[in-house]
Design a protein around this ligand. Structure first.
Ligand SMILES: [Zn+2]
Length: 265
């Protein structure tokens, strides 16, 4: 894929996630990113508006210095983070600062099969993230209905509240690695306590699809909590849906799964 089509997909995704009617991200909220090649990625500039994102609001950043900061155990003060973000840009004639959340974007884009990441503050999801019982219900890891499994994966990946920036990126990395150990695959949907939501995917369209389904699931969870609490599917039910050949067909149709040789799955 040429850089330009990656940029166009990123801008289209950003405008979808920042659509004012959805209120998933207002004002300067939310950020998006896309993997350009093994060395670099695009990420929204700090302070720009997701719903109106233009090419001139996107920064081009190198993975190496950002991932180095993620993996070392240094404490970075605000001035050092600012320097790190500016100095990691490929070229930055306009003097844009990459988003504060660039570090977790770099980590997620370095996972296999992840080319696009979208982070937002969806109202229904944050209703759960910012309440005692809602956060616990999501964190319990249950799934409520089959389409949630098909689009958002077998379980949510949950990150407890920490300071945005490098502390959040490190906590998010820990949560993703634990998820991979437990489920044997990477997550598609990440829930951040008192903060928001992040979708990671192979395509820009899939990042939007995960948002649409996670928004619906959060509204269902809020309804379920008002009616005595969610009735989760059993682990056997979840595994069955995830492994059904017809569900794999639907995942392929939605662009979630890559076409595979005809092996019945
Ligand atoms: Zn945020």
């Amino acid at each position: 894929m040429a850089d330009n089509s990656i940029m166009q997909d990123l801008l289209a995704l950003s405008r979808q996630l920042g659509d004012p009617e959805r209120q998933w991200a207002i004002l300067g909220e939310g950020n998006t990113s896309a993997r350009v090649d093994d060395e670099t990625f695009y990420v929204k500039a700090s302070g720009s508006q997701l719903g109106k994102l233009m090419e001139q609001n996107v920064t081009h950043v190198r993975f190496a210095p950002i991932l180095e900061a993620l993996h070392d155990s240094r404490d970075y003060n605000d001035a050092q983070i600012k320097d790190l973000l500016y100095s990691s840009c490929v070229h930055n004639e306009k003097g844009l600062r990459p988003s504060t959340e660039t570090v977790f974007h770099a980590f997620l884009l370095s996972l296999p099969d992840v080319n696009f990441v979208g982070h937002t503050h969806v109202i229904s999801i944050n209703g759960l993230m910012c309440s005692a019982h809602g956060w616990q219900a999501v964190k319990s890891g249950g799934r409520m209905f089959p389409d949630e499994i098909v689009v958002c994966g077998v379980a949510p990946c949950c990150v407890p509240y920490v300071d945005p920036g490098i502390p959040l990126a490190r906590a998010l990395r820990r949560a993703v690695l634990e998820y991979q150990d437990r489920h044997g695959m990477r997550p598609k949907a990440i829930y951040m306590q008192n903060h928001g939501f992040t979708a990671l995917a192979r395509t820009a369209q899939e990042v939007e699809n995960i948002h649409l389904m996670a928004d619906k699931a959060a509204q269902i969870m809020l309804g379920a909590m008002a009616c005595g609490g969610p009735a989760f599917l059993t682990t056997e039910n979840v595994d069955r849906i995830f492994s059904r050949p017809d569900e794999h067909y639907r995942q392929r149709a939605l662009g979630i799964k890559e076409d595979r040789p005809a092996d019945g799955t």
